[in-house]
Design a protein around this ligand. Structure first.
Ligand code: IPD
Length: 275
């Protein structure tokens, strides 16, 4: 559907499709997780580093998403963490079949299926579904962000020294050390730091007011495509890779407006651009 026009109903349709498929994939992932926790084997490979893992369940989840998209939205390009792909003209589907794969593997129930519809690289609809809790976050560009039936808005935080801030580490060892230094610099300026291990859920946590801010360098498009839209639609100040040179070319940043400027300045002063 390259070059398709965006009529008013379309983003809602896209959101419904993303949610419906993410729920289905989340069911597959949850079933595999329960089986694994009762002693079942899951095949594991590594990717960019020995610590960067992909399981057979990541691949099965992405295959399911791709098959459903092909049936419901035939011909639209898909960019997925495991199967690759590229942004096309018109709608592109951006898919993380398990965000938080390391958590999944360890049995830690903080992982999600993330699906976004982007047009010209901009997210217009998205869904993040957490298989174990069943929580579903959704958003439509210009239509707000939702956790199930509840409309979300970010926290009213207005002091950086009282802010709870999430962050994440890259899989690359040298980079992790620099990220650790940046975090060490920040930890004395905020209430506390959280590192949950699933970027999409961190962004949804900002949307829900469970975090006042979040930053990470080196995310891939599939990590942020749905979550960043959800955070922005809940009122967060969001900066995507390529949008904030003072934070570094590949920084993702989301924060409640009351602390966004202060957090951004603290990160920039801490050397975020060199991370
Ligand atoms: C990872 C998680 C993690 C973040 C990494 C991501 P994956 O995604 O979102 O929190 O720190 O940068 O790569 O590999 O589990 O899909």
């Amino acid at each position: 559907m390259a070059g398709v026009g965006v009529d008013e109903a379309m983003p809602n349709d896209l959101k419904n499709t993303a949610e419906q498929i993410a729920v289905e994939a989340a069911h597959l992932v949850r079933t595999a997780w329960v089986r694994m926790r009762s002693g079942g084997e899951v095949a594991v490979d590594t990717k960019s580093a020995e610590t960067d893992v992909v399981t057979a369940v990541d691949r099965e989840s992405e295959e399911l998403v791709r098959a459903r998209l092909e049936r419901i939205r035939p011909g639209e390009p898909v960019l997925g963490e495991e199967g690759g792909g590229a942004l096309g003209g018109g709608v592109t589907w951006v898919v993380d079949p398990i965000d938080g794969t390391v958590n999944f593997l360890y049995g830690l129930p903080a992982f999600a299926v993330s699906i976004a519809a982007q047009i010209d690289g901009v997210s217009v609809a998205g869904a993040v579904v957490e298989p174990v809790s069943g929580r579903r976050w959704t958003a439509v560009r210009g239509g707000g962000a939702w956790l199930g039936g509840d409309r979300l808005s970010v926290s009213a935080a207005d002091r950086l020294d009282l802010a709870l801030v999430g962050m994440g580490f890259s899989y690359a060892r040298d980079r992790r050390v620099r990220q650790g230094r940046l975090t060490a610099d920040l930890v004395g300026q905020v209430r506390d730091i959280r590192r949950r291990g699933a970027a999409s859920l961190d962004l949804c946590a900002v949307a829900a007011g469970w975090l006042d801010g979040y930053f990470e360098h080196g995310l891939h498009r599939w990590d942020w495509a749905a979550g960043a839209l959800i955070a922005r639609e809940a009122g967060a100040t969001v900066l995507l890779p390529g949008e904030a040179a003072d934070l570094g070319e590949d920084a993702t940043f989301a924060a409640s407006p009351g602390i966004a400027a202060e957090l951004r300045a603290a990160l920039a002063e801490g050397g975020a651009a060199e991370v």
